[in-house]
Design a binder for this molecule. Structure first.
Ligand code: NAP
Length: 370
């Protein structure tokens, strides 16, 4: 239980200006969990808010995942103990009191997962947002719509086990989890693009074909392995980056009967964090959609995952704890920003700088909070 009813948070206060602030510590009501935060994750979206004012309502606390221990629970929460041994990780995406970069964060049960003893809390903070994104993109019928696996590992092959599936930008954290989920669900033809330094690791996770997205022969290379598809083109693609250049490349390998799930917003250029003056698109205009006529463009919005009752009721409460426990999901590597980087505000500044300059490669930025 918190000793005082205020705590420290790091918040974006106005465009390009953030600081440490004191905020009141909420009391959990029906169905809510108060987490004492140990580690919080920073993602590109933190820079979208702070640097670009994108979907910002200032003041806004940083941090889209947080791991820690359960400090208090409200009425109706009967499957989480309170105390130092109650280790959890959460997708901290809602309003400021539910964001991650603060000493206490208030969550609903549906975004909180228990963490097995053998997974460190800093590693656990790397999981929720990208795990939910990967699962949602692959299995939600609105997006790629593969059948929900009954269990992981799959007891039998899924109907499309041999169909080639492209995970574009699999060096990203979403890409890592997508490959692990596909492999465990029984998919046997997992094509990925990533920097060559990630290829061996991605193969160890289950990727069957690994290509360098900077290679001049990328399109030919992908087309050369899409042989089991009836039409010689891909029908299922997940774009983990969703920039102009990634969609342009995908447009050359996807079928007009295929589906491309994209992680909105669309960025101009080729980076996760585009230039300050560039527009980011939550709705992709026809003029920026290079896909063949007929190809379905499915814009993923992970912030809405709870609109699907199955995902709301199971994804974080049951599925993620089980997958971590069975080591089906291995947390990605992390870049830990702790006391060595100075006080909490300085750690956040370092994280923002890495993200705004596209310096994050195959790892998640994790800040030690307390
Ligand atoms: N709409 C949604 O629901 C949703 C959910 C999650 C994320 N997103 C969005 O998805 C984007 C990625 O976010 P994230 O946090 O997942 O990123 P991240 O894990 O930080 O991605 C970093 C990785 O992106 C790869 N990359 C960068 N540019 C690339 C390119 N042109 N082609 C291929 N790979 C490239 C790099 O791979 P290498 O190391 O191999 O070079 C790098 O490792 C962001 O814009 C984010 O807002 C949207």
């Amino acid at each position: 239980m918190p000793s005082s009813r205020t705590h420290t948070a790091i918040a974006s206060l106005s465009l390009k200006h953030f600081d440490a602030v004191q905020v009141s510590t909420p009391v959990p009501s029906e169905g809510q969990v108060l987490i004492k935060v140990a580690y919080a994750a920073m993602i590109a979206f933190d820079t979208y808010i702070n640097d670009l004012g994108y979907h910002a309502t200032f003041p806004m606390i940083f941090g889209f995942n947080a791991s820690g221990t359960v400090a208090e629970v409200g009425p109706g929460i009967d499957d989480l103990q309170v105390g130092d041994k109650a280790r959890v990780t959460a997708f901290t995406f809602r309003n400021s009191e539910a964001k991650g970069m603060q000493e206490y964060t208030l969550q609903t049960r549906s975004v909180v997962a228990k963490v097995p003893d053998f997974v460190s809390l800093e590693a656990a903070a790397a999981v929720p947002d990208n795990f939910i994104t990967a699962f949602n993109s692959l299995f939600n019928p609105q997006y790629l719509g593969l059948p929900y696996p009954i269990s992981f590992p799959a007891p039998e092959s899924p109907p499309l086990a041999d169909v080639p599936i492209l995970v574009y930008g699999a060096g990203s954290t979403t890409g890592h989890y997508a490959v692990q989920l596909l492999h465990s669900a029984g998919y046997k033809n997992i094509i990925v693009t990533a920097s060559p330094k990630h290829h061996e690791y991605l193969r160890s996770l289950g990727a069957t074909h690994t290509f360098d997205y900077n290679s001049p022969t990328l399109i030919e290379d992908i087309n050369s392995v899409v042989t089991t598809s009836k039409i010689g083109k891909l029908e299922l693609v997940l774009d983990c980056i969703t920039a102009q250049t990634t969609l342009a490349a995908i447009s050359k390998v996807v079928s007009s009967q295929g589906t491309v799930a994209v992680l909105l917003p669309l960025k101009m250029g080729s980076n996760v964090r585009s230039n300050e003056d560039d527009t980011m698109w939550l709705e992709i205009p026809d003029s920026l959609n290079p896909l063949p006529t007929g190809t379905r463009l499915a814009g993923v919005r992970t912030f809405l995952f709870e609109e699907v009752p199955y995902l709301k009721d199971n994804l974080m409460t049951r599925i993620l704890p089980s997958l971590l426990d069975k080591k089906v999901i291995e947390p990605t590597k992390i870049r830990l920003l702790d006391e060595a980087y100075g006080p909490l505000k300085d750690r956040v500044e370092v994280g923002l700088d890495l993200l705004r300059n596209n310096k994050v490669s195959g790892e998640k930025v994790i800040v030690k909070v307390s």
